[in-house]
Design a protein around this ligand. Sequence first.
Ligand code: DGJ
Length: 615
Amino acid sequence: MRPLSSFLQVIPILTALTLVVPTNAQVATDKSPRLAERDGRHALLVDGAPFLVLGAQIGNSSAWPSLLEEKVWPALESMHVNTAEAPVYWEQIEPQPGNFDWTNVDALLSGAREHNLHLILLWFGTWKNGNDHYVPQWVKTHPEKFPRMENSAGAPIDDLSANAPANMEADRAAFAALMRHLAEKDSSEHTVLMMQVENESGGIGAVRDFSAESNREFAGQVPAELVRALGKQPGTWSEVFPGTADESFQAWHQARYVNAIAEAGKREFNIPFYCNVWLAYPPAELPERRIATAGIGYPSGGPNQLMLPIWKFAAPSIDLIGPDLYSSDPSFYLNTLDTYARPDNPLWVPETGQGDVYAPYFFSALGRGAIGFSPFGVDWTGWLPKSTVPKAHAANYALVGSMDRTLAKLNFAGKLKTMTEVAGGASQQVIFFADPALHASGGVDDALINASLLANAMVAPAQVGNAATRVADQAGAWIAEARFGFPQRDGEGAPGSADKSGRVLVAQMGPNEFLLAGIGAAVFFHRPGYLPGIRMQILSAEEGYFTPASMPGAPEEWHRIRILNGDETDRGIRFPDPHAIPIGLDAAQPAGGDPASPSPRQHAPVSVRVLLDRF
Ligand code: DGJ
């Protein structure tokens, strides 16, 4: 078997050639979806402006024309998503080598457009959840041509080998054909926002490929470019990666395999590509797979927390890597978000649980600059009974759905912060400066002091707070404080909610102007060092809602419902308990329901715009 590494060496030459040869490939226009980076923050640009993916993924076997109208689109609409994640099956699009069937893909495109949704398509190719179950029969039944991965006993497992060029070439040809088809169908409409290349790639059943060829290579030196990129000393795999040599070897080959496929796809249609990850969970988090070992507890070779640095170097055609998050443990969830939110890796949660307990993490991801979020298995083909929606996720999306562009833009500018009860207790604070550059200057958090230390009106300005609060106050900073749970009685701390579901976003629209939205919380503003309401005033607090812009990229329109004052501001600006939220669930009807019933948008929950002043 010719090692893949020798094959990959010819790719740069081929790439250089294709640059000068005209092809029928559609070059993405500058309005095509693309990623932008500024000061380590990220945006997904759609039609030229930042877009926030309010996503949901349909079931593995749901992307069939026979199901879409009745069981898929209405479920997604009821949930207020703006983007559907849907699989494309290699076995379906290429039933015979080189013969392509676009029926399912075209049904997804036309249905999504009819239902005013974007798509993220998931390439179920060589890998699906650490196995090869979606490869066509003509691949499955010819292991002599398309070699399987071998375990340490030399037995084949349920995975194609990442070290076999024939496997990569076959997958690459199919994926390139898919991207060519999408370029033809979608280069002007921009229905498809991103492509997921493979699904939770990796091997279940072996930590690496143990074929004779791979064993020989494993005994040799780690490629110099990898050693250099990771800042390590040269040596064999076991020397460079003590304790994770086999998994690192697998990750390197797999990342390059996936990269070769992505590179070919990008030549056809250049939109953002990502990989999703089956994470390495602590054993207790996954009782049915108690051994947290690569190849057993999770697929070996995927871009999990530990292998991320190898993947970021080895797969440059993969723009981002997103964690599939199926543990609701707060420290696991938040640490994982922090691991994948990197200046070189936009944060994107391509899958998470659809249970209510996962919904507050949408706000945690937003607060870390996420470009999107997407619970799994939300259609009505099996995971959920017909006409039901994941309520807490739907509440989130209903809350922010009409201002998704506004939020994405503010987040890209570094002006959006969130507080989630699950992350840090019943009372939390965030600070905003008029000049966002000050955020980067350090010491900002020192200006956040415990509520019991905040000064009242009697204290002279020179004695308020500490040195950091005084500097922040002079720089015009504002602090937003969320208090979670109700009732909030005078003279008592916030009670928190029973299920820790409170969540709030605060975005700075101008030096003294803020946009708020949330669930299960009251928000107070104050100057650094002072109690809320001291030496400051609310000039206006408008409760209202946005409606989507008439043109892509234009600002969303604000509609005032009323001006809040008195108890509605003096006791914090309150966002209702999750169980009292009007999320338009009555609009969750199967297709053919009462056309006169109000659209979910008409139920859009309110947000509040606040203008502050100090004196
Ligand atoms: C993660 C996978 O990526 C999905 O396709 C699906 O199998 C879910 N797990 C099921 O929990």
